[in-house]
Ligand binder design. Sequence first.
Ligand SMILES: Cc1cc2nc3c(=O)[nH]c(=O)nc-3n(C[C@H](O)[C@H](O)[C@H](O)COP(=O)(O)OP(=O)(O)OC[C@H]3O[C@@H](n4cnc5c(N)ncnc54)[C@H](O)[C@@H]3O)c2cc1C
Length: 423
Amino acid sequence: MKTIIIGAGLAGLAAAYRLTEDDIIIIEKDPEPGGMVSSYSLDGNHIEQYYHHIFAGDRALISLIYELGLAGKLEWLRGSTGYYINGQIYPMNTPFEILKALPFIDVIKLARLVLKAKTVKDTTPFDDITAKKWIIETAGQSVYNNFFEPLLDSKFGENKEKVSAAWLLGRVRIRSNRGTKGEKLGYMRGGFHELIEAMANSVRKNGGIIRQGNVSRIKISSGSVTGVVADGEHIDCDRVISTVAPDTLKKITCSEVTGHGTDINYQGTACALFGLAGQVMDGVYWLNIKENVPFGAVIEHTNFIPPSDYGEHLMYVTSYFQNPESVLWKSGDEKVIELYLEGLEKLFPGFGNKVRWWRLRRDIDTAPVYEVGYGKKILPYQTKIKGLYLAGMFSDANYPERSMNGSVVAGFRCAGAIKNTGF
Ligand SMILES: Cc1cc2nc3c(=O)[nH]c(=O)nc-3n(C[C@H](O)[C@H](O)[C@H](O)COP(=O)(O)OP(=O)(O)OC[C@H]3O[C@@H](n4cnc5c(N)ncnc54)[C@H](O)[C@@H]3O)c2cc1C
């Protein structure tokens, strides 16, 4: 069977990795595989273009890392978190530290909310309630205003009040595994580039091809896939696995043929990486921000992985944006960096003097917006078009939150669906 996979992100690579008996061609629009987990190469060191780490519950991803012989690279480190409130950074790693940042009564209510979230086994019934409503009902307006509202704002901006409680519950469960000393996060020393390389090499070793190309059409005739058009070239095949966002899928198939995915809303990300002459925050890795600045979080990577790995200090500054009219999407790179630098000076006076270089990565479709009712929009692995399969951030494995683990599982499940149907 000749199978074309559109997209060499984790979902596409994972599907190819499992479909060892097929003739695989992965067509990727970017020069290198990796998708959202692509890396910059800095004098031979690799660093993700978007900050990434693993959570303890990411079982499929962790097993894959072991299977690929990369266990030695996986490290579990404390990623210190903080919250910038009223001109001050409050560490937020332990229950004791959270006590210092929030009114005592809010901390009690927050703790109760977290405990309640942890007892929820099935998030489905929470798909129809907004996160805001659930938080206010469970912990009160003050906990919403002081703690969750700024976090929802930085994650979903103007869509924050549409997001479902199912998403929130999923998120709280992932992030509340802190104990008394704070949360441990997984990272691959050398970067997740190691994982992408190992997966791509394994696909190639099995005879698969990974090539650059922009797929503009999935060719369908009499209800069956017949091939794709990539950079004007017609390539025949028996099967297509699309891992692209639903909006792109709609453009390359004319949505009526799939009948799916036309109404899933995605958001974009504008993520800057700064190379710095020195440390900025005193040990804080991840800083959430309750302040009027044009970004939602600051992530000092070299407060997580030592700067000696890179020969300098590295810091991400990032914001999600909700529509193509956003200044973060419409403006040139320099303008976005100028905006970010203005905000950074406000938080860290003198920041500009430390900057050696910057890079900016932006994409319009970096995450689904998990709005109320999203659960009903999840796309199936197998479509009604014979030979057309889907796997990616829109799959069930990435609900109620998308992740590297989710896309690996989506790729595996899609390969499983193909093996089950035989076509
Ligand atoms: C800022 C940010 C931070 C994140 N942090 C974490 C984290 O800490 N931990 C975690 O687990 N997850 C994190 N994620 C999520 C994780 O990166 C994604 O869930 C996962 O990588 C998605 O993989 P995918 O293969 O489903 O999609 P993608 O990586 O988007 O892959 C789709 C691929 O399709 C290609 N493509 C699109 N259109 C075409 C076309 N027409 N022709 C050919 N190719 C095409 C794209 O270039 C892309 O390579 C983060 C994501 C972002 C944006």
